[in-house]
Write a protein that binds this ligand. Sequence first.
Ligand code: GLU
Length: 493
Amino acid sequence: MADVRLRFAPSPTGFLHIGGLRTALYNYLYARQQGGKFILRIEDTDRTRFVPGAIESLIRSLKWAGIDYDEGVYIENNKIVEHGDFGPYVQSDRVKEGIYNQYIEELLESGKAYYCFCSKERLENLRKQQEADGKLSKYDGLCRGVSLEEARKRVAAGEEYVIRLRMPENEEIHFHDMVKGDITVNTGDVDDQVLIKADGFPTYHFAVIVDDHLMGVTHIARGDEWVSSVPKHVYLYQAFGWDIPEFIHLPTILNQNHKKLSKRHDDVSVEDFIKQGYLPEGLVNYLAMVGWSPNSNQEIFTMEELIEQFSFERVNSTGGVFDRKKLDWVNAHHIRNKSVEELRELCRPFLIEEGVIDEKFDNDRFLNVLLSTYQEGMHTLRDIIEPAKMALNDIPEYTEETVETIQNSDCTLLYDTLEAQLATLGEVTEEWATGVMKVIQKETGIKGKNLYMPIRGAMIGSVHGPDMKDIFLLLGKEKIQKRIEKARSMMRS
Ligand code: GLU
């Protein structure tokens, strides 16, 4: 079998949608598993929907996710460049090179495509009429009767036109989809698709066929909103006598209400998830499982494991619900797998952006202790922001429960003892932090909740939280002292 070639072919209409990231991921996983090639092609033939900066943002998001490719469009030195033997990889550049012309000519000559001169108004009226009659909205074929010779004269005279595919009357088109199974459609239910638009650009449907063929694409995995277009694509492949690739139409990602994820109601762009502090490992791992299930109970995967285990056969045929809690759970695993040093550098930009530290902050030791204290409980990188604020301020914010605890217990003896222990020290040491609670327990005879809650509450503003040893190390002598003072002032005298 020839080497597999897969592609991700986004349109640069905005940020990369997480559904798009999942499509890219599945293509990437399969290409890597099979030792084939993965291509990034930009489909920008719809000039009205082009968003400046979108190509750059798409590439950045793929890079962030750890999805690399072998051919296509890259950013180097802030410029969009291309690598590969099958270029150009941007469709508008392919238009400029006239790549689509010879193929449309071939179809016109063989009568499989025709010029259409119908005005927008006529098409609009037709559509309205069909709608009123409860009929399928479809071109009525008026211009099918215009001979090619006459059409060429009208074009030469400057008349506006599009070029349409001439679908045969009553033929069956069969194709197989690796997820949806065997599909048969009658050509009578398929529109005479516009192949070349009035602006001279090919439509998606035409460009995608020509490009996938010329780029040697063997497998097309994409969102299932495209499955209804496959009959016309298959007809085009047959018209050219080209090999038909494998089709894999991926189930839509749904929100909790089982509706398609929408920009208005849900976070949809990869950039949203980056900003919310998800790790690429977490998002990729989670997305892999929205729509695909492994052959085992494994839920936490590295990219290498996904490459090994992924298969199109195990892609679900129905929509997958995007479950934020599950994503958080998966992300938390990947956060726990990071070294403290790695995590520190990943969290740093979030802390800077929130104004918790500035760019000059160089107390890595503090951040290491902070992270080793809180890493276990983090679901996203943002989860370190509040603990960092709490630890860096002289005085933390106190929960109501903490205030009540401190007000309702006589903490004088506890705080006196802690302070006395502290006085013996230059700075908090590991050994001191490990043993001091035991010492206080022994000296005061207070234990359990009555010991821990007033002290933890005084130190971090919450009576629940990390180990006292970690808290003491994190705060250091001066802050511990200040916080004892503050807690004393909160006690009912
Ligand atoms: N440009 C199309 C999109 O943005 C790609 C569809 C396909 O992969 O064929 O969804």
